[in-house]
Design a protein around this ligand. Structure first.
Ligand SMILES: Cc1cc2nc3c(=O)[nH]c(=O)nc-3n(C[C@H](O)[C@H](O)[C@H](O)COP(=O)(O)OP(=O)(O)OC[C@H]3O[C@@H](n4cnc5c(N)ncnc54)[C@H](O)[C@@H]3O)c2cc1C
Length: 614
């Protein structure tokens, strides 16, 4: 294989001596969304490559526990209108109602497709898929909780990912495992022509040229110190997109999951509360009854996280420092716990040293999910503002899953709606790419720009030639520290403004990374250093977008903007007159733009904004 020798490469290297691999479609990411799309493409006979940092079934989707949302109505009457309403309200009216309608209508169909592929869901006595209640999912427009989360014990993501992987193997999808995509390739017109990537095993670089490039790179929860996310969740797709001039949308909205194990960050699924678990304060009080009289412990996550923080702030936290609350499952009985929540039992033992059949588990709100991402439409096409058009299509570029913002989750995602969006939009993007590639692209590959490797070589050479400088992990830790301190559950304008200053002040350190080990083969230090640049893009996007939004909405709670007389966890000072709009952050000059929320659904009446109580 003719490939770059990192020791010899120069900034303007002639790419003809680099291996160029051609595909109809290149998918970056082998998680749930990437593999749902690749399946579609492989089935249609397209030549598809899936690049992934880790073996596909180790992608973060594998860690999803609680379930995938669909209004099957297997255990209680349900329909997609309720699901649609819950998702709009859960997202605090920042979600685009056309995309939400599309997702909720498609949900039963895509879940049955998974069932038919062989996904091993838990079953009811009558053979239908088992469903459990989840936060913010209700029947009859908020009246009572409804079981909507289709579950495979508390290992739903595991079941989903393995099912998709096996289907992909059957259809001959080509996986490039431990190949790390580094930069997006765009031509002068701004069209996307593929990616550059490095093979971790050999250190060789190659160009993946494609008629369609799809990002499915997952979340970036590792910009925070305490996170439920896998270590690989460093926001590479977002970094690549933003460095190539694509804006990132709604990055101020980060979800804290109420039940991360205190001190460890590992997640305990909302399914715990779906099965009947309750949160208690130091007096043993099930305090959510006070904050959300109807849905109680099953209110949406932003709401429950704020309530927990409020309990802690007001001195009702547990433990010697009063800095956590507890999740009590003891009343469920060992049989239910072992059948429905076996991983939770194991996590309790391993990470909290607690037998949850006998004692409650200490928990704190922990960073879990990014609502924002690369802006797309419902076909997964990446869209950017151009002239008067807020949604001009970037030719050849698609994004799905957690790295994208379509936007169905608005300012706060409901649990189970992510696994759902992976399959709904994975399939939709797959269908669109088939059409785009077969009808419009024929056999043609657009010519690659001459400087195709310029950005990648600049970054690789800076590390390769570094003689001194910063240790990548020290800089990553500094980024995480700022985010942890300045973009938490409760924010203040002062904290956010200070956070912006601190994050921008890290720029010289990010530029000055030093790679001690220059070897090529399996050099994970090189990959980690490259990841820091992506973490930094995401952190800047988050901090700057947050400091500019002078209201409270969903997961973005700024104490200064609560209205007089507001309840600390819900009245929230949302300002629809000014802020019913999506943020777009551009890396160049940290510029911000805005575009309106699409309030019109596809076929039904819109749900007008109202105060959010549960
Ligand atoms: C602990 C946990 C539990 C969860 N539980 C639920 C749940 O029960 N229900 C629910 O709906 N949601 C849940 N979520 C959220 C949901 O699981 C994720 O949002 C979703 O799985 C993300 O899927 P994805 O396909 O976007 O990305 P991922 O599954 O994260 O996959 C990303 C892929 O991109 C690849 N990649 C990234 N960067 C590069 C690069 N530079 N080059 C090559 N490849 C790259 C990775 O190797 C990986 O294959 C949970 C999340 C967590 C963290």
């Amino acid at each position: 294989m003719a490939a770059t020798d990192l020791n010899k490469s120069t900034p303007n290297q002639d790419f003809t001596n680099i291996e160029i691999l051609n595909f109809d479609a290149v998918i970056v990411g082998g998680g749930g969304s990437g593999m749902r799309a690749s399946l579609q493409l492989a089935e249609a006979g397209l030549k598809v490559a899936v690049l992934t940092k880790v073996f596909p079934t180790r992608s973060h989707t594998v860690a999803a526990q609680g379930g995938i949302g669909a209004s099957l109505g297997n255990m209680q009457e349900d329909n997609w209108h309720y699901h649609f309403y819950d998702t709009v309200k859960g997202g605090d009216w920042l979600g685009d109602q056309d995309a939400i309608e599309f997702m909720c209508r498609e949900a039963p169909k895509v879940v049955y497709e998974l069932e038919h592929m062989g996904m091993p869901f838990d079953r009811n006595e009558d053979g239908t898929i088992y469903q459990r209640p989840f936060g913010g999912h209700s029947a009859n427009y908020g009246e009572k909780a409804v079981p909507r989360a289709c579950a495979a014990a508390d290992r739903t993501g595991h079941a989903l990912l393995h099912t998709l992987y096996q289907k992909n193997l059957e259809l001959g999808t080509q996986f490039f495992v431990e190949w790390i995509a580094l930069d997006l390739i765009r031509n002068e017109a701004g069209d996307v022509l593929g990616v550059t990537a490095i093979d971790q095993e050999t250190g060789n670089v190659a160009v993946f040229q494609a008629k369609a490039t799809l990002f499915a790179t997952g979340g970036a929860g590792r910009i925070f110190r305490a996170s439920t996310n896998a270590y690989i969740n460093t926001g590479d797709g977002l970094g690549m997109a933003s460095r190539a001039g694509i804006p990132l949308q709604d990055m101020e909205f980060w979800q804290f999951h109420p039940t991360g194990v205190a001190g460890a960050g590992v997640l305990l699924t909302e399914g715990c509360r779906g099965e009947g678990g309750v949160l208690r304060n130091k007096s043993g009080e099930p305090f959510m009854e006070r904050y959300a009289p109807t849905l109680k412990d099953l209110a949406p996550r932003d709401f429950v996280s704020r309530s927990m923080d409020q309990e802690i702030k007001e001195g009702r936290g547990c433990g010697p420092n009063g800095d956590y609350v507890v999740l009590d499952l003891t009343h469920l009985g060992a049989d239910t716990i072992m059948k429905r929540l076996p991983s939770v039992f194991e996590i309790g033992k391993k990470f909290a040293n607690v037998d949850c059949t006998k004692e409650p588990i200490p928990v704190v709100p922990t960073i879990h999910y990014q609502m924002g991402g690369i802006p797309t439409n419902i076909h997964g096409q990446v869209v950017v503002p151009k002239g008067d058009n807020p949604t001009e299509i970037v030719k050849g570029f698609y994004a799905i899953g957690e790295c994208s913002c379509v936007s169905v989750h608005g300012a706060n995602r409901l649990g189970t709606n992510s696994l759902l969006d992976l399959v709904v939009f994975g399939k939709a993007a797959g269908e669109h790419i088939i059409d785009y590639v077969t009808k419009h692209h024929g056999d043609d590959y657009a010519p690659l720009p001459n400087a195709v490797l310029e950005n990648t070589n600049r970054r690789l050479n800076a590390l390769q030639n570094s003689a001194a400088g910063e240790n990548a992990q020290d800089v990553a830790d500094a980024i995480r520290e700022v985010m942890q301190q300045h973009a938490g559950v409760f924010r203040t304008q002062k904290l956010m403004d200070e956070g912006v200053k601190q994050i921008l002040a890290l720029a010289p350190r990010v530029k000055n990374l030093h790679l001690k080990d220059k070897s090529k083969v399996f050099n994970t230090a090189r990959i980690e250093a490259l990841e820091v640049e992506n973490l930094y893009e995401v952190a800047k996007a988050t901090m700057i977008s947050a400091a500019a939004r002078t209201e409270c909405r969903g997961a973005h709670t700024v104490v200064d903007y609560e209205l007089p007389g507001d309840h600390p966890t819900y009245a929230n000072g949302r300002r629809d007159d000014e802020w019913m709009k999506h943020t777009l952050w551009y890396s160049v000059d940290n510029r911000l733009e805005y575009k309106p929320v699409r309030q019109k659904p596809l076929t039904v009446d819109e749900i007008p904004p109202k105060p959010r109580t549960f």
